[in-house]
Design a protein around this ligand. Structure first.
Ligand code: PNW
Length: 487
């Protein structure tokens, strides 16, 4: 109701064309503002900062039965009645498999310096292991050539949740064999793409696919394992990452960098005092103990093992060595803040659960907390001496409305991005080594179990016609990129 009212009011006051993209495009920057901007370095990002955008294979590609692709667990899950909002599947998604040229053109128009995409494992190895399918890799070859011709640097994720169904049938991430199969696949892709891709990420958000898919059952494969099972799946995920790092190093061209993209819980001190900041650092290490912390330290924290007791994962010393393989960079996906306060418990911190009134975006889990993007990289750099960090995802879902004359005035997303980028600017100003930022997402896409109703794109997609329309947030982002800062 309130949304409808404010849109109507907006149109009455300003007319629906007042903020038309063309008007924004041609919006002249007064000379005084330009001078002020260049004079005040405080609003600029470092030269060469990589402005990007991200997508993932199953969320955008479609073409699930083409060129020899095998089924993934998301095909199975999304086709199971009752598992996804509205029964939505990724069968067509953004049809990016056929429209990648148009999508690279959108990126070019935005001025993107870089683009993060993921390779679909079941396109390359339809059965997960065994004989590769050359036609699967061909798609990425075509797409990469298009990107490079547009002057956009590719960042490649190897696993963004679309596990080959054939591997799930043999136990999936509950089986250690899947970690080995991943390393084999990762080495193969790195060998074939590292002439053009210089940055590979092994995994996207291990914490999401394990916890939501194997513990909560809300994502593929829809399991609700008991704690010991979940902890073992988690162990196989970090092991796959570590073996993947080794395989990529063994097969990629020299100079190829390897990392991961993790949504480490972004611990934010409730009040920025030394004791709450120290508590946030402890919380960052412990709340991420099964994922980023074990990857960075090569061992589970004492508190993690003690907390899980008999349900703790089973592992060997060789596993731990692989898991702790040094990475060249860390990617952090940042959305929701996790507030922390100091307390007198042995752990020295407590999580602050936000009240029901805490503001969120359309996705109820997506609490608005711009400081998350300041503290997450700052704490990671501080705890593990990381020298190269990327914000591999940040963005927001909105109840976007396409006006009859073809505009999307997503002021909530613009507000969200502006506030998060302001905090990111704060981090880089303090020399936190964040080298780039990837907005999630380039375009509306298949938002997993939430289907197509939850839109994260800065381009609106009409899923009937596949027409892409830049939203107001795309115009905002293009201005940020052009200025290399927040004007
Ligand atoms: C990430 N949570 O997922 C994924 O990497 C993307 O594929 C996804 O589309 C995007 O963020 C937006 O959701 C998340 O519940 C899913 O906290 C769920 C959560 C966080 C991230």
């Amino acid at each position: 109701m309130q949304n409808r009212f404010s849109r109507r009011t907006f149109a009455r006051l300003f007319g629906s064309a007042a903020l038309a993209p063309t008007a924004l495009t041609n919006l002249a920057i007064p000379a005084s503002a330009q001078t002020a901007q260049s004079a005040s370095a405080t609003r600029s990002f470092p030269q060469g900062f990589l402005w990007g955008s991200a997508t993932a294979s199953y969320q955008v590609e479609g073409a699930v039965n083409e060129d020899g692709r095998g089924p993934s667990i998301w095909d199975t899950f999304s086709h199971t009645p009752g598992k996804t909002n509205n029964g939505d599947t990724g069968d067509v998604a953004d049809d990016h498999y056929h429209r990648y040229k148009e999508d690279v053109a959108l990126m070019k128009a935005l001025g993107l310096k870089t683009y993060r995409f993921s390779v679909a494992w079941p396109r390359v190895f339809p059965q997960g292991t065994g004989t590769p399918n050359p036609k699967g890799l061909d798609f990425y070859n075509r797409m990469l050539d298009e990107l490079l011709a547009a002057g956009i640097e590719p960042y490649c994720t190897l696993f963004h949740w679309d596990l080959p169904q054939a591997l799930e049938d043999k136990g999936g991430w509950q089986s250690r064999d899947t970690s080995e199969a991943f390393a084999n696949y990762a080495g193969y892709v790195a060998q074939h793409l590292s002439d053009r891709v210089k940055h590979f990420m092994t995994m996207n958000e291990m914490s999401s696919f394990v916890d939501i898919g194997y513990r909560d059952g809300r994502h593929a494969p829809g399991l609700k394992l008991p704690p010991a099972g979940v902890n073992q799946v988690r162990h196989h995920a970090v092991l796959a990452h570590g073996l993947g790092v080794q395989a990529i190093r063994a097969h990629a061209k020299p100079g190829t960098k390897v990392g991961l993209a993790e949504n480490a819980s972004a611990c934010v001190p409730v009040i920025e005092t030394p004791e709450h900041i120290a508590a946030a650092a402890k919380a960052y290490r412990e709340t991420n103990a099964g994922y980023l912390t074990v990857v960075m330290e090569g061992k589970y924290t004492d508190a993690y093992l003690a907390h899980h007791g008999a349900a703790a994962p089973k592992f060997t010393a060789a596993d731990m060595k692989a898991i702790g393989s040094p990475v060249d960079f860390v990617g952090l996906n940042v959305y929701t803040p996790s507030y922390v306060r100091a307390d007198s418990s042995p752990a020295g911190f407590a999580m602050v659960h936000p009240p029901a009134s805490y503001p969120h975006m359309m996705s109820k889990w997506l609490h608005v907390g711009p400081e998350a993007i300041y503290w997450s990289p700052k704490l990671a750099a501080q705890l593990w001496n990381v020298k190269e960090i990327y914000i591999t995802e940040n963005g927001a879902s909105s109840e976007d409305v396409l006006t009859p004359d073809g505009h999307v005035y997503d002021s909530d997303r613009v507000m969200y991005l502006r506030n998060y980028l302001t905090q990111l600017h704060r981090a880089v100003s303090e020399n936190v080594p964040v080298r780039g930022y990837f907005c999630w997402s380039l375009m509306d896409n298949y938002e997993w179990a939430d289907g197509y109703a939850y839109r994260f794109g800065i381009h609106y997609v009409d899923f009937k016609t596949q027409k892409r329309t830049p939203k107001m947030s795309a115009h905002f982002y293009r201005e940020v990129i052009a200025r290399n800062g927040l004007a």
